[in-house]
Design a protein around this ligand. Structure first.
Ligand code: GRF
Length: 211
């Protein structure tokens, strides 16, 4: 009988409240076949609420603020080094609000995954929910994708639509999108962790689970 592969080691980066991190931790906890463990949570915002979820789960935390570094390059080098100490296989951006350069991405090729609160390629950028509402679209949603050097642009792993209601505020719409993200991000992290994500240019194919 062949041995089960070791669980993939996940680094999760957060800038905010970390509800997506909490959903991922819960999904891993509930699913013995998930095939991954969170080994470190990093942030660019010391004191970010997401760190509380990490501490509650006994996961190591790494805080690297841009303001403490001479430039973005020095900040990113430090972030890479501090994450690398935990030897992650996959990096999950769960509400991480800073761009990562090719240097970071080359360290974990096709292994950096992001959740974005719109149906890409519509409404890229940091104000996706407000922009969708202001545009008057009737449907927006959630996209989980691999990260490349362009903002909210890499190959799409999965998307799900959310209807916009006439009386939506940015907060109410974002809440419904987050409820979807909380299912979609863990599902995609599981697929990536188990080697079921095949990337061909912009196209992602989901491979059958090996028996
Ligand atoms: C999510 O909607 C994510 O898509 C966006 O920022 C939000 C983060 O939420 N980039 P949380 O910190 O996981 O609660």
């Amino acid at each position: 009988m062949s041995e089960a592969p070791r669980p993939a080691r996940l680094a999760v980066l957060v800038s905010g409240t970390g509800t997506n991190l909490a959903a991922l931790l819960a999904a891993i906890d509930e699913d013995p076949a998930f095939g991954a463990e969170v080994v470190v949570v990093g942030t660019d915002r010391p004191g970010a609420g997401g760190l509380d979820h990490a501490r509650a789960a006994d996961v190591a935390t790494v805080e690297v603020a841009l303001a403490d570094h001479v430039d973005r390059r020095a900040w990113e080098d430090e972030l890479i080094a501090r994450l690398a100490e935990h030897e992650p296989d996959v990096v999950v951006l769960a509400g991480f609000m800073r761009l990562l350069s090719g240097t970071f991405l080359a360290r974990w090729p096709d292994r950096v995954i992001n959740t974005h609160p719109s149906l890409l390629p519509a409404f890229r950028g940091a104000s996706a929910v407000g922009d969708a509402l202001a545009y008057g679209v009737k449907v927006t949603g959630s996209t989980v994708h691999l990260v490349d050097e362009e903002v909210d642009h890499g190959p799409i792993i999965a998307q799900r639509a959310v209807e916009v209601r006439d009386d939506d505020t940015e907060a109410s719409l974002h809440e419904r999108i987050k409820a979807i993200e909380h299912e979609l991000l863990p599902r995609c992290v599981k697929l990536l962790s188990r080697g079921q994500v095949a990337v061909e240019g912009r196209h992602v194919r989901i491979l059958e689970a090996s028996k």
